[in-house]
Design a protein around this ligand. Structure first.
Ligand code: SAH
Length: 231
């Protein structure tokens, strides 16, 4: 997979690219690239934003600036890019990112993430340049960069070989293997710590019982996340 991140702050991603599971993915041929939207702006003095029509506080990132960045990088008409790859604009009010969307995106050959700043993008970016508008949660960040990192992290760890253990990503929180629920609790040595023992079933060696216990704990956690009684 190739992920291109369009941002006004490309240096945010230097640290991300240096991390182990991103480097593992790179060794397998996956690529994470950043594109500086300021580098191709058609406006004077590196300007990328303008005041909002209708008034109000803050500045809005111009659609022609984003279009120029897409055209410059892909060498095609910017409105055509989304017909060739998913172009995801990050916005607080977008479609909520979840495990199902992470799996959907992990199956794509290429992704483009557009990071907003200031008051966000001119809405024509969402309407005419993006294929998807995605939010990582119901709160407002000061930029799309942390949201892009969250999405990259969740997507890249689903790519085969990015995690140390091949099965690690299969039976995880919110996966179909756990019926979409949170993961069961894990324990390791010591078997007893400050009088708190590890659940006896996990030491039993009875794999069918362990499997049943884990599924039950996962379901109970799911119920408590939804505010229902865990039992
Ligand atoms: N005025 C906007 C907030 C802009 S925040 C509003 O009220 O919704 C600036 C940028 O940060 C946005 O353009 C978006 O790219 C990013 N951003 C903020 N919160 C986000 C979230 N929850 N998920 C994804 N991106 C977010």
């Amino acid at each position: 997979m190739r992920i291109d991140i369009f941002t006004l702050f490309p240096e945010w991603f230097d640290w991300l690219k240096a991390q182990r599971h991103v480097r593992n993915a790179a060794a397998l041929g996956h690529e994470l690239a950043t594109v500086d939207m300021r580098a191709t702006t058609p406006l004077a003095a590196g300007r990328v934003d303008d005041t909002p029509y209708g008034g109000g506080a803050g500045m809005v990132i111009r659609v022609d600036v984003v279009a120029a960045a897409l055209a410059g990088h892909y060498g095609s008409d910017p409105v055509e890019v989304r017909t060739q790859r998913r172009v995801i604009a990050l916005a607080a009010g977008g479609r909520r990112f979840d495990d199902a969307l992470a799996s959907e995106l992990a199956a794509e050959p290429a992704l483009t993430l557009l990071c907003g700043r200031y008051e966000g993008f001119d809405d024509r970016v969402h309407e005419h340049l993006a294929s998807d508008v995605v939010s990582i949660g119901p709160y407002v960040l000061s930029g799309g960069e942390p949201a892009a990192m969250v999405i990259c992290d969740a997507v890249v760890r689903k790519l085969a070989g990015a995690l140390g253990h091949a099965d690690s990503a299969l039976e995880e929180s919110f996966s179909p293997a756990l019926e979409g629920g949170p993961e069961y609790p894990h324990y390791t040595r010591p078997a007893e710590w400050r009088g708190h023992p590890v659940p006896e079933v996990l030491l039993s060696g009875d794999h069918a019982r362990i499997r049943g216990w884990r599924l039950e704990r996962s379901r109970a956690r799911g119920r408590s996340l939804e505010g229902r009684p865990p039992g």
